[in-house]
Design a protein around this ligand. Structure first.
Ligand SMILES: [Zn+2]
Length: 342
């Protein structure tokens, strides 16, 4: 049985901040995307070796100041990262990877034996206070999901993790955040609630007309970390048709860190038992801090597949967890987008 494995959260290496403490927009050389021996955990040869068929690549923006200078830097950075993704395929991995905009393109690319890359965004900070930027990111770059926040509140919503300042800025979503979700629904961009506070997440479930998902989070009942989703949040995902993508981040898998592939599988099974096999998937957070014993880089993805197969899940269930659920959700977003254009 061939299984389409989709990893829903991978970063591309990039300088974090400028000397002034702003999000850095200077392009970072991406030549190593073509290397089997590279420091970065996700490269095309590693994906090929591990049987990873598709990867969501994140244009990540660290949270900075909520002023003009900060917002301008974030806006420049997100676009520079998305351009770097576009450029690296023809430059370094022609014929081996394809930048995909739809679930169907992902399927076709994987069937052709190439690695499908889906551009996404981590943090809504680059929008500043302008919801129309969603249309730009979706149309110009094919962005298919965006986390509302990263660590720290932005103009859209409260974050699960704050490094400074008050615990809440809005008590969930701001009015702007609700407007942005409407734009995301209209333009086929999934609402990603990873990094969002509990209230933000629960309000996003209500506000969005397309099911929301968490691209890289784990189960709070198994590991009490603010980035994880508790049982009430899992139930809300189930009721709305959403999805949680368990992630290979040690501290989210096991208290004190050091999570392993066995822990990862435990989190997947917990979600299946509580809300069903159609609401869970997989992600690594490679090159953003992810990587655990047994799944250290994309070349070891087959270890994860084997571990899931050993649990006794049947073929259809394996297909769903490894990528089918994510493709179904992308299709829902595409359907909503076409309804909006009628
Ligand atoms: Zn993240």
């Amino acid at each position: 049985m061939s299984v389409l494995m989709i990893d829903t959260h991978i970063d591309i290496p990039w300088e974090e901040k400028t000397a002034e403490g702003l999000p850095s927009w200077e392009k970072r050389d991406q030549t190593d995307i073509a290397m089997r021996e590279a420091e970065r955990r996700f490269t095309i040869p590693k994906a090929e070796a591990g049987g990873l068929g598709a990867a969501c690549l994140a244009a990540y923006t660290p949270q900075g100041p909520l002023d003009g200078v900060g917002h301008d830097a974030a806006w420049r950075r997100a676009q520079a990262m998305l351009e770097a993704m576009e450029e690296m395929v023809p430059l370094y991995v022609p014929g081996r990877a394809v930048l995909c905009r739809t679930a169907q393109e992902v399927r076709q690319t994987a069937e052709a034996g190439k690695v499908a890359l889906v551009p996404v965004m981590e943090n809504g900070y680059p929008l500043a206070d302008d919801p129309s930027r969603i249309a730009h990111f979706a149309r110009r770059y094919g962005v298919r999901y965006m986390t509302l926040t990263h660590n720290g509140h932005n103009l859209l919503a409260d974050s699960a993790v704050t490094r400074q300042g008050p615990e809440e800025a809005y008590g969930g979503l701001s009015a702007l955040g609700r407007e942005v979700i409407g734009e995301m629904n209209r333009h086929g961009v999934l609402v990603d609630v990873s990094h969002a506070s509990r209230k933000t997440m629960m309000q996003a479930v209500e506000c969005s007309t397309v099911p929301v998902f968490a691209s890289h989070s784990c189960v709070r009942a198994l590991c009490d970390h603010p980035r994880n989703l508790d049982d009430g949040q899992l139930d809300a995902l189930q009721a709305s048709g959403g999805l949680i993508q368990i992630t290979a981040m040690g501290p989210f898998l096991r208290r004190g860190g050091g999570g392993t592939l066995a822990d990862f599988v435990e989190h997947v099974l917990y979600v299946i038992r509580r809300i069903g096999v159609e609401h869970v998937g997989i992600s690594s957070d490679f090159d953003g801090g992810g990587g655990i014993e047994g799944w250290q880089d994309a070349s070891e993805t087959h270890h994860l597949l084997a571990a899931l197969q050993r649990t006794g899940l049947d073929d259809a269930e394996i297909q769903a967890v490894c990528g089918g659920n994510m493709l179904r959700l992308m299709e829902k977003a595409e359907q909503k987008m076409s309804e909006c254009q009628l």
